[in-house]
Write a protein that binds this ligand. Structure first.
Ligand SMILES: Cc1ncc(COP(=O)(O)O)c(C=O)c1O
Length: 389
């Protein structure tokens, strides 16, 4: 049976080959320190698990759930945005519940774009943004995220043609893979560009819950006029270690939310109501677990960065997310350095070019191993004798 063109054109999943290489090394009995993943290593907090257990025991969760999410979860989303960001959200018209944000990111172009229209994507960026390009049969252009611009897109580099053609733009701060953060003035500049050129904005706030040194990442919706031009997507995967539960949400512009909800009416019924209750507990219950998680990642960051500096590796400490974006040493490419680390030091990392052309020259390291393992990883790199102090 032949695949549809839409599936044939899907981008190859780069991380499949990374996982394969790591599996191969593990099967040879090697002690691989895997810093290549983006999967949170901590369990879901107990009060959220308890909420799920209780909800599962309640037969009212066993039938079909209402289309478009439970009123209870949508209210919890609105309360969460008010409490965390002082943003007012109408739970009835400005919230769509998602099966995690990955499906939402793929659905959005299907919901609001027509064939051959233009999507602007960051480079480097989360590779799954590209899935929507072939599924929705649209065009895309890449916006370079450069170190000299603090890994923010330079809108003055967009041509008049690009601004005229673009229907939608994706942004993501704190950023995967660069870990860069955005500022309110940057979002205000984005909104002005969007209004002047009629471009819808999607801000992927997947790492919104993880900011270091007491600095809370800024929500796009905190910027004046954001709801007039776009939406934000938030996932419970990272803030609450719920990646396997598949729950997130989109909030903001009511027309875009309606478009996503309409598409979802035809694709799904809804998330298991018991999971929606647990998600409600995550957003509304004690947030101590989030503070603890952030300080765990912050300590790991401190260990990783101070160890890298100790061996003479000139790195910049991430201010948010659970990734560090480290420059490869002179004489190496992202690919050759990644290979060297796996072959000679049993360390897996994600090579920067897997996230786009402008990721070349970097590797992405996850803060998803214990402090001891991070220290051990840098000690192994030290033995390769690459850096001079
Ligand atoms: C930038 C970014 N956006 C979205 C996602 C998707 O998260 P989920 O589908 O678990 O909500 C991820 C996951 O790694 C991510 O890194």
């Amino acid at each position: 049976m032949a695949l549809s063109n839409r599936l044939k054109n899907l981008p190859p999943h780069f991380f499949a080959s990374l996982v394969r290489n790591v599996q191969e090394a593990l099967s040879e009995g090697r002690d691989v320190i895997n810093l290549g993943r983006g999967n949170p290593d901590q369990p879901t907090p107990p009060h959220i698990i308890k909420a799920l257990q209780e909800a599962v025991e309640d037969p009212t969760t066993h039938g079909y759930s209402p289309f478009r999410g439970t009123a209870e979860l949508k209210q919890a989303v609105a309360d969460f945005y008010k409490r965390e960001y002082d943003v007012h959200i109408d739970p009835k018209t400005e919230v769509a519940i998602l099966f995690g944000t990955k499906p939402g990111l793929v659905e959005l172009p299907l919901a609001i774009m027509n064939e051959d229209e233009l999507l602007l994507l960051p480079d480097p960026g989360y590779p799954d943004y590209l899935s929507s390009v072939s599924l929705a049969n649209i065009k895309y252009n890449l916006m370079p995220l450069l170190a000299e611009n603090d890994f923010l897109p330079d809108y003055s580099a967009l041509s008049d043609e690009q601004k005229k053609q673009a229907k939608l733009m994706y942004l993501n701060y704190p950023n995967n893979p660069t870990s860069a953060t955005a500022t309110l003035p940057f979002f205000e500049e984005t909104i002005a560009l969007a209004k002047a050129n009629d471009i819808a904005i999607l801000h992927d706030f997947a790492y919104g819950g993880i900011g270091f040194d007491g600095a809370k990442p800024v929500s796009f919706l905190q910027a004046e006029g954001a709801k007039e031009v776009g939406i934000e997507m938030y996932t419970l995967s990272k803030t609450y270690n719920m990646a396997g539960w598949r729950v997130g949400f989109a909030i903001g512009n009511a027309d875009i939310i309606e478009a996503i909800s309409l598409l979802q009416d035809h694709l799904f019924i809804d998330i298991f109501p018991a999971i929606q209750r647990a998600a409600t507990e995550a957003l509304s219950g004690s947030q101590d677990c989030v503070d603890e998680l952030v300080s765990l990642y912050e300590s790991r960051r401190n260990v990783l960065i101070s160890e890298c500096k100790r061996i003479g590796w000139d790195v910049i400490a991430p201010a948010a997310s659970f990734f560090a974006w480290l420059p490869v040493p002179e004489g190496y490419t992202s690919e050759s350095f990644t290979k060297l680390l796996l072959d000679k030091a049993d360390i897996a990392v994600a090579p920067g070019h897997a996230f786009g052309k402008y990721g070349e020259g970097y590797i992405r390291v996850g803060l998803l191993e214990s402090e001891d393992r991070l220290k051990e990883a840098v000690a192994r790199i030290e033995k390769l004798d690459i850096f001079s102090r």
